[in-house]
Design a binder for this molecule. Structure first.
Ligand SMILES: Cc1ncc(C[n+]2csc(CCOP(=O)(O)OP(=O)(O)O)c2C)c(N)n1
Ligand SMILES: [Mg+2]
Length: 308
C-alpha cells in the first residue's frame, strides 16, 4: 500500500500568502512522492531562493536549501554522489531562469536524472513583485512603475533546446493533474522539467486564476503524442511538438509536451566511462582505510588556508 502523504508533511508553519499557487504545487508533491512510495530519507528536495524555494522546509526529506540560482548544481552533486536517491529541484522562475539560467541549461546537456519543478508566477514573489524572466513583454503587474520591456523566455522551449528529455507543463490549482505530471517526471530516467503556471495573488494582478483558466487546455484531450522512441519518431513528430512547445498566448497547452526515451542519462554515461560507478558511487565510498585517511584535506588545501 502507498504511504500517506502526511508522512511527508514537515512540522513547519507554511509561510505563503493566502491563495498562493505554491500550496497547490506542495500538495501535488506530497501526493506524488507518497504514491510513488519514496521513503522520506531517500527523497531530496533542493530549494532555490524565493517563496517557491521554501518548499524544501515543508516536505520531509533529506533536503537542502541552495544559494539563489544554485539549486540545480547542488542537486546535481547530490544525485551523482548518490544516484539511488530521488532528487527534486523546487525553484522559482527568477531563480531557475534568471540568476540560475546557465545551470538550467547545463542540466539539460547532462540529462542527469533530476526532476525540476519550476514555480512559474512570472514575478519575483519573495522580493516584492519585480518582473521575472517569464513575464511577457508590455505586461505591467502592480509592483512595476512601467510596462515590462523585456521579452519573456519560454521555459519549455529552452528546456528542449538544452536537452531535457521530459518536458511537461502543469497548473498549480489542478493538483490531481499536476501530481500525475510530477510522478511521470520522477519516474523518467533523465532531466525532467515540470513548468508549473501559478497565480501570485499578491503581486501578479494580470496573470490571475481567471486569466489562466481562459487559456489553458490539456494536450492529451487532443490525442497528442509526445513520446520519442526513435530517430524516425523525432523526424515525424517534431513539427507538432515544436508547435506545442511554442504555443503560449490565447491558448496555453498543459500536460506532457515532450518525452524522449532514447537518450542515456548522465549516470548511465558515467557508468560507461567508469564501470562500477553505479554499484559504488562516490557518496557511498569510504574515505578512509582502517582509520587512515585516503585523502588528507589539510594537505590538499594547505596552500588555500587564509593566514590571519
Ligand atoms: C545572490 C542573490 N541575489 C538576489 C537575491 C534576492 N532575491 C531573493 S529571492 C529573489 C527572486 C525570487 O523570485 P523567484 O525565483 O521567481 O521565486 P518566487 O519568490 O517568485 O517563488 C531574489 C532576486 C538573493 N537572495 N541572492
Ligand atoms: Mg517567481
Amino acid at each position: 500500500m502507498a504511504r500517506s502523504w502526511l508522512e511527508y508533511k514537515a512540522p513547519a508553519w507554511v509561510q505563503w500568502c493566502p491563495g498562493c499557487g505554491d500550496f497547490g504545487i506542495l500538495n501535488a508533491i506530497y501526493r506524488a512522492v507518497a504514491e510513488l512510495d519514496i521513503p522520506p530519507e531517500r527523497l531530496v528536495v533542493v530549494g532555490g531562493i524565493g517563496c517557491s524555494g521554501r518548499t524544501t522546509f515543508y516536505v520531509k526529506g533529506s533536503n537542502a536549501h541552495a544559494l539563489h540560482g544554485r539549486a540545480i548544481p547542488l542537486a546535481t552533486g547530490i544525485k551523482l554522489a548518490r544516484p539511488e536517491l530521488t532528487v527534486i529541484v523546487a525553484g522559482g522562475d527568477g531563480d531557475l531562469l534568471g540568476i540560475g539560467g546557465g545551470h538550467f541549461v547545463a542540466l539539460g546537456r547532462r540529462n542527469v536524472d533530476i526532476t525540476v519543478i519550476l514555480f512559474n508566477n512570472a514575478v519575483y514573489g519573495l522580493t516584492k513583485g519585480q518582473a521575472a524572466p517569464t513575464l511577457p513583454a508590455w505586461v505591467q503587474t502592480k509592483a512595476l512603475t512601467s510596462p515590462n520591456i523585456h521579452d519573456n523566455v519560454n521555459p519549455v522551449l529552452l528546456a528542449f533546446a538544452s536537452g531535457y528529455t521530459f518536458i511537461a507543463r502543469g497548473y498549480a490549482y489542478h493538483t490531481n493533474q499536476l501530481k500525475e505530471l510530477i510522478k511521470a517526471g520522477i519516474r523518467h530516467k533523465g532531466a525532467a522539467l515540470i513548468d508549473v503556471l501559478q497565480p501570485c495573488p499578491t503581486y501578479n494582478n494580470v496573470m490571475t486564476n481567471k486569466w489562466y483558466e481562459e487559456r489553458i487546455y490539456y494536450v492529451d484531450e487532443e490525442g497528442y503524442d509526445p513520446v520519442i522512441r526513435s530517430a524516425d519518431d523525432m523526424r515525424n513528430k517534431l513539427p507538432r511538438i515544436m508547435e506545442k512547445l511554442m504555443e503560449f498566448g490565447n491558448r496555453i497547452p498543459l500536460g506532457i509536451l515532450y518525452w524522449n526515451q532514447t537518450r542515456d542519462s548522465f549516470e548511465e554515461r558515467l557508468e560507461k566511462l567508469m564501470p562500477g560507478y553505479l554499484q559504488a558511487p562516490p557518496g557511498t565510498r569510504r574515505i578512509d582505510i582502517e582509520g587512515r585517511p585516503v585523502i588528507d584535506p589539510f594537505e590538499v588545501f594547505k596552500d588555500r588556508v587564509i593566514q590571519t
